[in-house]
Design a protein around this ligand. Sequence first.
Ligand code: FMN
Length: 195
Amino acid sequence: MAKCDLHPNIRDRWSPYSFSERPLDPQKLKLVLEAAIYAPSSFNEQPWHYVYAERDDVESFRTFVSFLDEGNQVWASQAGALVVSFARVKSNFTKKENFYALHDCGIALGNILNQATSCGLDVHVMGGFSRQKVRSYFKLGDDVMPVAMMAMGNYGDNSQIPGELAERDMKRKKRKPVEEVIFRNNPANPALNLV
Ligand SMILES: Cc1cc2nc3c(=O)[nH]c(=O)nc-3n(C[C@H](O)[C@H](O)[C@H](O)COP(=O)(O)O)c2cc1C
């Protein structure tokens, strides 16, 4: 059997707190977001949408920073771009709630993260932002939900950021051991004992 390793883009991805002053190449930014469109989705609804603001687009960037919780503003305001992801939560086919909308946005995010690593860019996903502010700025109806924000850019020098953030930036998050996550079905005792 051909040897198959965990892909380094998957294994080595992490969420940095330090971004460089170096501007983010706009073509790379677009390519990274384009990776989303290749994700699978329930009924091929493709319920994902993205709006970005580059740091040199001062007015848009300032607005996007203002969506973020204060704890995220401190470091994410140094990113090359901020992105908001949206999910169309009502199905275009059934006209009812699309149960898989957030799930499918998550798959698309996986593509984005993978492509970003491949392009040498770093992304830090954030749930810490005001959905209300985003809703009112983009005048969203009930069919669309702001899902997450992303800080994207070139990795920076963490000696230039406040001590506590630099410490966080140097630590890598632990993973649960594979035995706690993946199970071979046991037909004699199918009970799952999840922790
Ligand atoms: C949906 C989501 C929301 C998150 N929200 C925040 C956030 O508001 N602030 C933050 O610093 N990190 C946030 N993170 C990053 C996680 O804390 C991080 O992915 C996790 O601790 C694993 O670390 P790693 O990405 O470095 O492997 C979020 C990640 C995801 C996927």
